[in-house]
Each structure stands twice: as C-alpha cells, then as structure tokens.
Design a protein around this ligand. Structure first.
Ligand code: ZN
Length: 203
C-alpha cells in the first residue's frame, strides 16, 4: 500500500496538460494501484495521476466503495480517455476535489458521456457513463487537461476558494497529508467526517 502525497491547488503542476500513455508497462500498473490506495485513503471517488505529480493521461475512479469497511466497489482505470459523445441533458453536482480539500462548488456538466479509453490490459474500450460516475470521469478528464473544478465556477467563487487554499497552505494546514513512503497503513485513522457518495464527493 502506498499513499502518494497530493498536490494542493493553486499549483502550476495542476495546470499542466498530461501526456498520452504510450505503453501499458509495470510502472503504469503500479501507478494505478498507488492511485487507488491514495484515493481510498483520502476518501475520494476519483483521482488523476497529475494530482500526484505524474503528467500522464491516467485516472482511476470508484464511486461505489463502501466507507464502513473500506470495501472497493467497481474500479475503473481509464487511460488516454477521449469523450466521444455528450448528452444534451445536464446535471449539477456539488463537486469537491482532493487537490482542493474541503472546498465545494456547484458544477454543471452533461449528465452522461461516452468515453473511449485504453484499459490496464491495453485494450480499447468505449463506455457510456451516467450519474455520479459521469460527473466524476469528466472532472478527472479535466485534470488531465490542466482544468480544476473551480475553473467552471464563477470567477468570484474561484478566486475566493484559491485564496483560501493559498492561505491554508502558508499556515502548513495540509502538511500532515504528506505520507510519502512512511509505510504505515493509515486507513481510517485521521478522518472524522462522514462520507456520503453523491453529496460533496471528492475527486
Ligand atoms: Zn479533482
């Protein structure tokens, strides 16, 4: 189990566009496992590699894991995703992000998307995602393009959130989140908040 340190916004690394994965190597397989470890530990439902400083087009998602016992739900590893179709119907979710801890904003996106991607076996997949999973995957694909969810909010809300995070960073508020190579199993030992899927979900 490896918990990778998360990049907290504002940070120029989160604005950088990620590059396509050229080959599914052991490194990529290992990275996807670390992304899941980090995502579950931080109680998120999605995580893009860029959030741990790896600028490759890979994201993981699981919107159905169980908080009570940490049982994984349906896991997706999505590599080099491309949205090939958007629904005209829209959906608004109060989104959060592991790179913007404890910050939330309503974001409106297509309620379903058809995504072409490469899976961990190197096979091309095409799948339609709906509901929370559709929101989550669009949020993560944004990350691969250097976009964070507050970029979809009003400039006032966006600036307010980023200013707040800058201040908290200066105060060292997020320093405890760095668990690089400490080797300990931190599952469920420092989170006191209840996690409810679909409400204030972190990606
Ligand atoms: Zn995010």
């Amino acid at each position: 189990m490896a918990i990778l340190p998360l990049i907290i916004a504002p940070d120029p690394r989160l604005k950088k566009k990620s590059l396509p994965v050229e080959q599914i190597t052991d490194d990529i397989r290992e990275l996807s496992r670390h992304l899941f470890d980090t995502m579950y530990y931080e109680k998120g439902i999605g995580l893009a590699a860029v959030q741990v400083g790896v600028h490759q087009r890979i994201l993981v998602a699981d919107v159905t894991w169980r908080d009570e016992d940490g049982t994984p739900g349906t896991q997706y590893v999505i590599i080099n995703p491309e949205i090939v179709e958007n629904s005209t119907e829209l959906n608004a979710y109060k989104e959060g992000c592991l790179s913007l801890p404890e910050q939330y904003a309503d974001v409106t996106r297509p309620s379903s998307v058809r995504v072409r991607y490469i899976d961990l076996n190197g096979a091309q997949q095409e799948e339609t995602f709906e509901g929370l999973l559709a929101t989550c995957i669009q949020h993560e694909i944004d990350h691969l393009n250097g976009i964070i969810f507050v970029d979809h909010a009003s400039p006032v809300k966006r600036d307010m959130i980023l200013r707040k995070l800058t201040k908290l960073k200066k105060q060292g508020y997020f320093d405890a989140h760095d668990h690089t190579n400490c080797g300990h199993d931190h599952s469920h030992d420092h989170h006191d908040h209840e996690h409810v899927h679909g409400e204030n979900c972190n990606h």
